[in-house]
Design a binder for this molecule. Structure first.
Ligand code: AKB
Length: 339
């Protein structure tokens, strides 16, 4: 049976999936199929060749996809985010780790079957870092990929381990077998900062305070922010996040010196974000209602990241700085969305 080369997106209904589907559909290089528990919203469904409704833990469903499609590009976006994972750590482990293992095995089988390496794009996170205290965080400045790899959250631990799993599949898979089986999965990961999208409101993350502030203000709803005004972590506008994952996917393999890359954007404090939101929506009611536990998580994430490897190896160059992200993208698009 002739199978068709396609790209697979898991967790396609989530935040990154939205923009990614649109870009891939516009580029038209290969059809897209999706796997998610939820169906795609509105118009998005028309942009993909087929939607599979189900779980990444369902290996029969993954086998069915293998039997029907020649997948040579995987964007494995499905995950339980950091706040949600702290309430259900065992479920987080199932979804984030076993789900990723299933998808890596899926990619391995696809690669063995069609004979070409399957590119596997994996969104890791700044949650993979764990800075011990805010003094160290203030002194650390831009954190490099190999420093402070001691996450305090289940989600962060899951992400860090899955980065290692990806490296294992790419370089050492079944290294004692008589024939070489590694190299069928071309694993590439990005440690994303907090993402801010005009199209979707995140759910279950801890960097959510920034997008929640903005979306609440645009809807005229009060927002009690759960972190201190001086809290600082890196953020990125969603279009730059989608561009980054597509640019890394397209990068020549020989240029890549790492399997996991930081990418930065801008790193305002929560207070600086509040002021920008108030300029755009002067009637916004943004107060502070500290959640000490969630604050502790954000305090363990770096204030900024060193993304020089991504810039050097694959030309990472975000378009939006803090000012432009709000003035040219977030504020106009959010006004339109809630008009
Ligand atoms: C979260 O807050 O869990 C995510 C992340 C930083 O990966 N947005």
């Amino acid at each position: 049976m002739l199978r068709k080369p396609v790209a697979l997106i898991t967790g396609a209904s989530g935040e990154i999936g939205h923009g990614l589907i649109t870009h891939l559909a516009e580029a038209g290089t290969r059809p897209v199929i999706t796997l998610d528990l939820r169906p795609l919203e509105g118009d998005l469904g028309r942009k993909v060749q087929q939607q599979f409704a189900g779980s990444i833990l369902d290996s029969h469903l993954l086998d069915r996809i293998i039997s029907e499609f020649e997948v040579d590009l995987v964007f494995h976006l499905a995950a339980l985010l950091s706040t949600r994972s702290e309430f259900t750590p065992v479920t987080a482990h199932h979804v984030n780790v076993e789900g990723t293992l299933n998808l890596l095995e899926f990619a391995q089988k696809e690669g063995e079957s069609h004979g070409r390496p399957v590119k596997f794009l994996y969104p890791s996170s700044i949650a993979a870092y764990g800075l011990p205290d805010i003094g160290t965080k203030a002194r650390a400045g831009k954190v490099r990929e190999d420093d402070f790899n001691q996450p305090t959250t289940m989600y962060g631990a899951n992400k860090l381990y899955c980065e290692q799993l990806g490296r294992y599949y790419a370089r050492h898979y079944k290294q004692l077998a008589a024939e070489t089986l590694s190299g069928k999965v071309d694993f590439r990961a990005i440690r994303f900062p907090g993402l801010i999208s005009a199209a979707t409101v995140p759910s279950g993350g801890t960097s959510d305070f920034a997008p929640e502030m903005l979306h609440a203000a645009a809807q005229g709803k009060p927002y009690p922010c759960f972190v201190r005004p001086d809290t600082r972590i890196p953020f990125l506008a969603m279009p730059d996040g989608v561009d980054a994952i597509l640019t890394l996917a397209a990068a020549p393999k020989e240029k890549l010196t790492r399997s996991v890359y930081n990418i930065g954007g801008f790193n305002p404090s929560a207070e600086e974000i509040r002021k920008i939101v108030l300029e755009a929506f002067p009637r916004a009611q943004i107060t502070t209602a500290l959640d000490a536990s969630r604050q502790g998580i954000v305090d363990s994430w770096p204030a900024d990241v060193d993304d020089s490897a991504a810039r050097r190896d694959w030309g990472y160059a975000p378009k939006y700085d803090l000012g432009r992200a709000f003035s040219d993208y977030l504020v106009p698009a959010i006004r339109e969305r809630y008009a």
